[in-house]
Write a protein that binds this ligand. Sequence first.
Ligand code: FES
Length: 221
Amino acid sequence: MTNEKNYADVKTNKGKDWFYTDIVKEHFFNPKNLFKTKEEADNYDADGMGMVGSPACGDMMKLWIKVDSKTEQIKECKWQTFGCASAIASTSMLSVMVTENGGMKVDDAMSIKPQDIVKRLHDLPPRKFHCSVLGDKALREAINNFFEKSGQKDRVIRQGAKVIDKILNITDKDIEEAVLEGATNFESLQKKTKIGVQDKSCIPEAEQLLRFYREKYFGAD
Ligand code: FES
């Protein structure tokens, strides 16, 4: 019965969950701009470096950029990860996107969204969506690091977490992570985070954020 239920859950998730597109496979088997050795990474003279970990799976991502100081275009984007096939393919694609056609300007690269990467990959299984967030978060960290290193601290953009459930100290970032891990409605969000179990006054705001992040990452419900 449990297996049947699990199978049904997977089946209802658009039916494409088990398959990677050809372009995902191409970037996984032949990743672009990946550092293959520790020496390469250690000896790289980067203008900015970002490192993030995924709370969803514990995987790490490190990303380095070189930026043309006059045009602010990203000339090189290198990376390493302990992440899975989806993380490798997503970050490989991201590194191509920010360096193609002479390089993307840092301000434009700052606003790349996971959906932009997923679109270029011709889709990712929904349950692997959080893997594509690793690369784009690391890129934003690397750009912030570039701003800091080049004396432009006023341009650093950091997203702070806002506490939504004041009793259990659950933030908007926790809601975002829960959505990336598959929370689709308030019940599943509450199951993952315990939000609103004690502090019922936060439920309307939590529901609003749930809709916001669902829309942001998966389009309209
Ligand atoms: S990066 Fe951890 S599951 Fe994909």
